[in-house]
Design a protein around this ligand. Structure first.
Ligand code: NAD
Length: 448
């Protein structure tokens, strides 16, 4: 690890990674490498957890391609030093902000979108002019191995380098001198990373998870809400950090809503989702067991079947849920949808506010004042009105959590800003010399 980190510091010191032309070339090179390896990427993700190629394209590659285009288009204007006003106190002077890279970044990825979540922060590190070490998750081994092959074969290891490994590998990297740490993963591990970063006072971004609610207002278009919630919940078999973890619906609409969800599951995945090529599997046995224990057969209104040999859990809907149920004790991160009810929307709002601040929230309501009420009164990272997940596909929207779901925003300009140190410089001239600032001060106060 020492050698890898040291090599990156040496590369950074050469100054190449700061050259805007170099940054653009490398971003475009990465895009074309991903394009050339699309078929292998599809295959690796299918091996890791049967992720359907269309989902891989839409939720991993397309997001990266669009992000690269956006960064390349704006890189020059973002990187230019910016002149700001100088105060009369310092007359004559000029003041500038120089956006500068930190140096060597470490990006630690999660397994659930193993290409996108490993590389999207890397794009931010690259566009800002840093060198980057990438530690993808060991839980998606085929994808991590492919990522290592693509990156380590085509880039100077002083600039971009993939290190495969588990917690011990990450710990070893964290012991080295780093200039920025970007972590995506669980809140539990996020705390470990932050402690390690504190040892060396390394700036850190934590992109964590949590229980993201969906709220369906009484006046909402129920069909639309059910369709978009079903899509957001069951894509990637529910293993999505911004997936709607649970839903709140008006008690009088529970049955209708649940049958609509059921109908959508059949439309999306057929009468037996186990046979569908469009429904992913659970990443490993531990997660499978964890999820299985959350399913209470007495509360299942749709799905509920499991197959340990194939790590399959069917799209499952549960009702009659209380906050004491196992399924409400932690982020689900799987294809299980608990549907809770409210009589009055304020009840749902106050219950959500008692929980740790979620990464996302989705409201289905045509009513502008209800929309504003939710936006103003519930703290959460980001979200959608009348949809799920899609907010993260807009590079102009900063993406990140709050409280237990993390801190620091990325995507688009936010990624550039995150990986950039704003160096403030005041340039003075010497033709007016202020004698009053120097001691002895006696009698000087009246001039200031
Ligand atoms: P995880 O925290 O188990 O692992 C994430 C990374 O940390 C992996 O690379 C892993 O090797 C490393 N790691 C694990 N234990 C470690 C330790 N003790 N010390 C140092 N490094 C360690 O998370 P995961 O299972 O890969 O991902 C699921 C979680 O991530 C969910 O909570 C999900 O909501 C969250 N997530 C958040 C986002 C986001 O953008 N906010 C995106 C995806 C996933």
């Amino acid at each position: 690890m020492e050698e890898i980190v040291d090599r990156q510091h040496q590369f950074f010191e050469q100054g190449k990674s700061r050259d805007p032309k170099f940054r653009i070339n490398k971003l475009l090179r990465l895009k074309s490498l991903l394009q050339e390896h699309e078929e292998e990427i599809f295959a690796a993700l299918q091996k890791d957890f049967c992720k359907p190629p269309l989902e891989t394209y839409g939720t991993e590659l397309l997001i990266l391609y669009k992000e690269i285009d956006h960064l390349v288009k704006n890189l020059y204007s973002w990187s230019k030093p910016k002149k700001v006003r100088s105060s009369l106190l310092n007359f004559p002077s000029k003041s500038y902000i120089y956006p500068q890279p930190f140096g060597v970044s470490l990006v630690i990825g999660a397994w659930n979108y193993p290409i996108q979540l490993s590389l999207n922060p890397v794009l931010g590190s690259m566009v800002a002019g840093n060198c980057t070490i990438i530690k993808p998750s060991e839980l998606a081994p085929n994808t991590s191995a492919l990522l290592e092959e693509i990156i380590n074969t085509h880039f100077d290891s002083g600039y971009l380098h993939v290190v495969q490994g588990d917690a011990d590998t990450t710990q070893a990297l964290l012991d080295e001198p780093l200039d920025y740490i970007f972590f995506t993963g669980s809140t539990r591990v996020g705390k470990i990373i932050m402690k390690a970063a504190a040892e060396q006072l390394t700036p850190v971004t934590l992109e964590l998870g949590g229980k993201s609610p969906a709220i369906v207002d009484y006046a909402a278009d129920l069909e639309l809400a059910a369709k978009r919630i079903s899509w957001g919940k069951f894509i990637n078999a529910g293993q999505t950090c911004v997936s709607p973890d649970y839903v709140y619906v008006h008690e009088s609409q529970l049955d209708t809503f649940c049958s609509l969800i059921k109908q959508n599951i059949t439309e999306f995945y057929g009468s037996d989702p186990a046979e569908s090529p469009d429904f992913a599997r659970i990443i490993n046995r531990d997660h499978f067991q964890r999820l299985k224990q959350m399913i209470d057969p007495n509360k299942v209104v749709s799905g509920g079947s499991t197959d340990a040999d194939n790590l399959y859990i069917s799209p499952t809907v549960m009702t009659q849920i209380s906050w004491d149920d196992p399924v409400m004790q932690e982020e689900i991160f799987g294809p299980i949808l608990p549907v809770l009810t409210y009589q009055d929307l304020d009840q749902a709002i106050s219950k959500i506010k008692e929980q740790p601040k979620p990464l996302s929230l989705y409201l289905f309501s045509p009513d502008k004042s209800t929309q504003q009420q939710i936006i103003d009164n519930i703290p959460f990272g980001g979200g959608c009105i009348n949809d799920t997940l899609v907010h993260l596909s807009n590079p102009d929207l900063p993406f990140g959590g709050i409280g237990h779901s993390g801190f620091g925003n990325y995507h688009g300009k936010s990624s550039f800003d995150l990986f950039t140190h704003q160096k403030s410089i005041m340039k003075r001239s010497s033709w007016i010399k202020n004698p009053f600032r120097y001691p002895p001060y006696e009698g000087n106060l009246k001039w200031l």
